[in-house]
Design a protein around this ligand. Structure first.
Ligand SMILES: Nc1ncnc2c1ncn2[C@@H]1O[C@H](COP(=O)(O)OP(=O)(O)OP(=O)(O)O)[C@@H](O)[C@H]1O
Ligand SMILES: [Mg+2]
Length: 389
């Protein structure tokens, strides 16, 4: 067997296609970056805090742009003689106040114990560190709606008034809240008062034209020269930028790029042809992307696996049926099963992310929730999950 035949003929650097990679340049997000700069520059010149929202639908570059902004802004501030530091928290992974605060204190003290301290105590520790190091901290709460839904907006309230009790507030912490929905509306009244409604930077969906330089840049840095021509790039952009549900998503475009390149490599070719892109489109779902599945926690994967098993045999299933199969799946994988409310909230997360469709309606015995899957075959999803678990 000649394993070398198909290896690396097209993909030069796969890491550049991963969703953790932060591009140097973000085409068609210059305006958003300038807006963020305009909002945050006062942090360096007049010692004020800033609380800002980023809002936009899936794959519109919110996370990548916020990360790029934090890196570039702290560099810029350094030249201006001001110390800016930032902490990036993904609230889908850290939904609880204590878990968010732990990430913040851990940024300053890598050995900070992960239990034994309350959220309030950790807030004090963070305050101490920020003052001691005389810096301004930008705390980015990505997918903040998960945190607000789980633990309310108390933490955001405290953080946005970090040094209010001082006589001369120094303004040493700013918040950048990212979400697909309008996070301002999700905040409770008290927390809202420390936010300006206008401090919102919107990220519109990408059009096919917007996507072209984005995908083209990735082709340049991730693929060997000559492995994909402009016409194929255009086809990927046309698919990913198509208007309608799930359209305008750069992540979908990048996954199509990766998948079609891999498929062409597997066929032993050194160039991606149209058929590879068509085949990749059939494999990659715009809603149930690989990166989304990878980001699920173990319990979510277990619940989804249970749902796919139920949905292999029927169009609709119920939460009750999923729960029964979930118990079996947990046993098979040696995982402790969740209590009902937690199970329900994880299932809700899967629905919020558009992976499962849920529909609740009243019937004779109360309320029933029907669950279905429309974007991928249950079998394909089960196979994908099996490789991830
Ligand atoms: N303007 C851009 N230039 C280059 N790459 C981009 C751009 N916008 C998005 N991307 C890439 O597309 C992918 C999705 O972007 P990102 O994760 O920032 O989306 P998001 O808006 O945070 O989506 P979600 O709401 O699902 O979290 C990432 O790999 C990112 O690097
Ligand atoms: Mg994101």
């Amino acid at each position: 067997m000649d394993f070398k035949r198909s290896v690396g003929k097209i993909i030069k650097d796969q890491e550049k296609l991963s969703f953790d990679y932060i591009p140097e340049k973000l085409p068609n997000r210059e305006e958003q970056i300038q807006n963020l700069f305009a909002l945050f520059r006062g942090v360096t010149s007049s010692n004020i805090s800033q609380n800002v929202f980023i809002q936009g639908s899936v794959g519109t570059g919110k996370t990548a742009t916020a990360k790029r902004f934090c890196i570039d802004f702290s560099e810029w501030a350094k030249d201006e003689g001001k110390k800016i530091d930032y902490v990036f928290v993904n609230c889908r992974r850290r939904k609880k106040n204590s878990s968010v605060m732990w990430k913040v204190v851990n940024h300053f003290d890598k050995g900070f114990p992960d239990r034994g301290f309350s959220t309030e105590e950790m807030l004090e520790v963070a305050k101490g560190k920020v003052e001691e190091q005389n810096l301004h901290l930008i705390l980015v709460l990505d997918e903040v709606d998960f945190l607000i839904r789980k633990d309310g907006s108390d933490l955001i309230y405290y953080l946005s008034r970090f040094d209010e009790e001082r006589l001369k507030p120094k303004g040493n912490i700013s918040l950048l809240l990212i979400s697909q929905k309008n996070a301002f509306q999700l905040l409770e009244e008290s927390a809202r008062s420390s936010f300006k409604r206008s401090n919102r930077v919107r990220f519109p969906r990408y059009t096919c034209e917007d996507l072209f330089p984005i995908i083209n840049d990735r082709v340049d840095i991730a693929l060997h020269p000559g492995s994909m021509d402009d016409e194929k790039v255009q086809l990927i952009c046309d698919i990913a930028g198509k208007k309608g549900d799930g359209g305008g998503d750069a992540r979908y475009g990048i996954e199509l790029l990766e998948k079609s390149s891999l498929m062409a490599e597997m066929k032993g070719r050194n160039e991606v042809i149209t058929e590879d892109i068509r085949a990749a489109k059939a494999e990659v779902s715009p809603h149930i992307t690989e990166s989304k599945l990878k980001a699920l926690n173990t319990q979510e994967k277990m619940i989804l696996l249970a749902a796919t098993r139920a949905l292999k045999k029927s169009t609709y299933t119920t939460t009750g049926d999923i729960k029964e199969l979930y118990k079996i799946v947990c046993e098979e994988h040696g995982i402790t099963k969740l209590a009902h409310t937690q199970f329900w909230s994880y299932l809700q997360n899967l629905s919020d992310q558009g992976i499962l469709n849920t529909k609740t309606f009243a019937d004779g015995s109360g309320r029933t929730t029907k669950v279905s899957l429309s974007d991928i075959t249950a079998e394909k999803l089960e196979n994908k999950l099996d490789t991830l678990i």
